[in-house]
Design a binder for this molecule. Sequence first.
Ligand code: MGD
Ligand code: MGD
Ligand code: SF4
Ligand code: MO
Length: 743
Amino acid sequence: MTPYAANLATPLQSQSLQNDQLPVSANTRRSICRVCHGGCGVIVYSDGRRVLKVRGDVQSPVSRGWMCIKGLKSPDIANHPDRLKTPLKRKGQRGQGHWYAISWQEALDEIAQRIEDLRERHGAESIVIGQGTGRHHYMHTVRFANALGTPNWYEPGLAQCFIPRITVSHLTYGGFPVADYYGQTAPACIMFWGHNPLVSSADAELAPAVRRALNSGCMSIAIDPRRSETARRCKKWLPIRPGTDAALALAMLNVIISRELYDAEFVRDHTVGFDKLKDHTARFTPQWASAITRVSAQDIEEAACLYSRLKPAVLEWGLGLEQNSNSLQTVRAVALLRAITGNLDVPGADILGMNVLRSYPLLKDKLPPEQAKKRIGAGEFKLLGGWRAYMPSAHIPGIFNAMNDGGPYRLRGLIVFGSNPLLTVANPKRVFEGLRKLDLLVVTDLFMTPTAQQADYVLPAAFWTEIDHLMGVPLVAENFVFAQSAIVSTPDCRQDEWIIDELSRRLHLPGSELTFRDIFDYQLAPLGIDFAKAVEMTYLCPPHRYCKYVDKGFRTPSRKVELYSASLKRMGYEPLPMYEEPPEGPQTSPELIDDYPLVLITGGRTVEFFHSEHRQVEALRRLRPRPQAQIHTSLAEARGIRHGEEVIISTKRGQIVVTAEVTEDIAPYVVSVEHGWWFPERLSELPHDPDSLWLANANVLTDDGPPYDPAFGSYRLRALLCNVERREGFALPQTLPQGDSSP
Ligand SMILES: Nc1nc2c(c(=O)[nH]1)N[C@H]1C(S)=C(S)[C@@H](COP(=O)(O)OP(=O)(O)OC[C@H]3O[C@@H](n4cnc5c(=O)[nH]c(N)nc54)[C@H](O)[C@@H]3O)O[C@H]1N2
Ligand SMILES: Nc1nc2c(c(=O)[nH]1)N[C@H]1C(S)=C(S)[C@@H](COP(=O)(O)OP(=O)(O)OC[C@H]3O[C@@H](n4cnc5c(=O)[nH]c(N)nc54)[C@H](O)[C@@H]3O)O[C@H]1N2
Ligand code: SF4
Ligand SMILES: [Mo]
């Protein structure tokens, strides 16, 4: 086996090191790529006006020179001719695609006035603040909602993405654990559970670190209905039935406890509730779980033995656990595996974050308690919207319901920063109806999107090469701090935080005396530096402290890991993890099986695109011109479907058209559909032909209705019943969008 430390010292070759021919005037600056959640270190070449080229920065402590293809194509995105370049105001009816160009001054004055009018007439709660996944402006947007006095902010992830993992981690171990790929000790085992980091690189910089760890020769297990890019690199693949992960985790807990493979000392000294957990899991045998999960009892036992015996072990968990209506208990069951094996905060295992930055001043105290009570979904989904929630937010189906007159009160305004809910939220037809009923819709984006096309005002956002920012890496744990400042500018594009500051100032909101840059200084103060200094350094890597619990205990009420969660019990939730059959399946909805005999999963990431983005970037679209669904060879043969042909995927909610990717790398009864697909080349047709928005939109198939997870309100994007049929002819565009303008 290669010694891990030696491996660490070898920077990965950047894929962009070819074609080093640059104009002599090129400036070079160090920065951080933010095409996804961000984090890879980058050297940016510019002529002072435009980005010419980027390449991976070998000095980055996490990415060490590596970049993915999206990041490498940053110049194609930054300089794309379709970038929004000026604020736009709607001309004529909503959604017709006609605009006036207006100045920033006019746009901000008018928007602030209309927000103020809504606030006075219908209360601040009638205005929803929306944003996209984990971007630079994330915290600033939440701060804006609090300052404005609206409890209703959301992003399309949350209950479907990360909030269950973060909240359960805090309830169980008092902090969020991340894999220790950066120390001197290599993991001996990595178990990837519903997670494909070689592609999703979920916290941005993960892919190169995971690749390094796998190259070091450790044991590796993937639990995934697909043999994903990560699963293909693993020594064991457990093709689980979607939505049954809690059963598998309970059976693994059963094996580890009944065979006494747990870390007895850690359990004795640092956990509460072990005896209750032991009694509770006694009935969840591998045989019981095998019938539910379609993973053999032998494989379940083997995986449990490998994960508990090989130390240190990492548990990489992902979205496969959260996009279902049993997200709390599924994530809890998996979380306990780390705890009873003692794989917490020790070198080479999952480590608790250092949280080196001072926490972002979210102005929570500026949201009056009577306003917080009005949050859509707060009463029902206590861990999403209630006072115990990690970052209280509104329930998404409830929001679009309330826009459509179905809520406790009507929502009238939506201010969106970097999100495309017509593609990324379940049941987009309901979203569409809701958006059309709004009194005010403002969308800030890099490009005109189907969502932006419905707006009253569209504001042009700055790209990552055009922003100042400070980020804690990995997300939530914040063991490192990275800083970047604008390198170029697209003349009339503005950083989202600047827009928020300008609106806040006009609305005289509390906190508006501080700009976002002042907040960076505030966050850095404990490190004894300011933002300018941080930018000069780019990467701040304080030494990591392990086993923090030895001195201080875990940050839970009992100061121990809570295997039995009294907090959950008090909130009315099961204190020990439980399995529930997915609401759509042979047992729970037998009436659907004849028409929809297959199981649908959506949203498995592809390296070329980020959610609904980048379909207009020719260099990326060329690599993946049309949406695909993975289906197994045996299923394709049975249905007469050939690789590359168009197929119809249907659920009881609707149908879409995609092309078939016929493969051996998926369970034979599972269909995996890409999400986020729309066709920018057809955007001008949308006002007359909205059907092209539903054509390949995976969320036409998914469910925004109940049952929801009782604590988080998570809705179902995976583990749904579906069918696939061959389709004659072509419905999908056959030509690529033109118009990249890379220098
Ligand atoms: N069916 C299905 N649906 C899913 C998922 C799934 O797995 N299956 N995954 C869900 C998850 S986990 C998430 S997090 C959501 C993501 O949902 P969204 O965040 O809505 O996804 P994006 O398509 O990335 O939308 C981002 C928009 O922001 C713009 N943008 C990019 N950078 C900036 C910026 O700096 N400023 C501004 N103002 N705009 C910017 C982009 O051009 C794009 O139009 O999707 C969810 N939807
Ligand atoms: N290139 C790219 N990278 C991205 C994104 C993107 O859109 N594009 N999105 C970003 C965002 S916001 C997020 S949240 C992360 C998500 O990143 P990941 O957590 O890696 O999520 P996915 O790739 O959606 O799903 C991971 C795996 O779960 C499997 N899966 C599906 N259903 C189940 C199930 O029921 N059980 C189990 N065990 N597995 C299941 C899928 O087959 C897939 O291989 O990626 C981030 N990174
Ligand atoms: S993984 Fe994310 S941060 Fe890294 S190069 Fe790709 S898009 Fe950029
Ligand atoms: Mo996400």
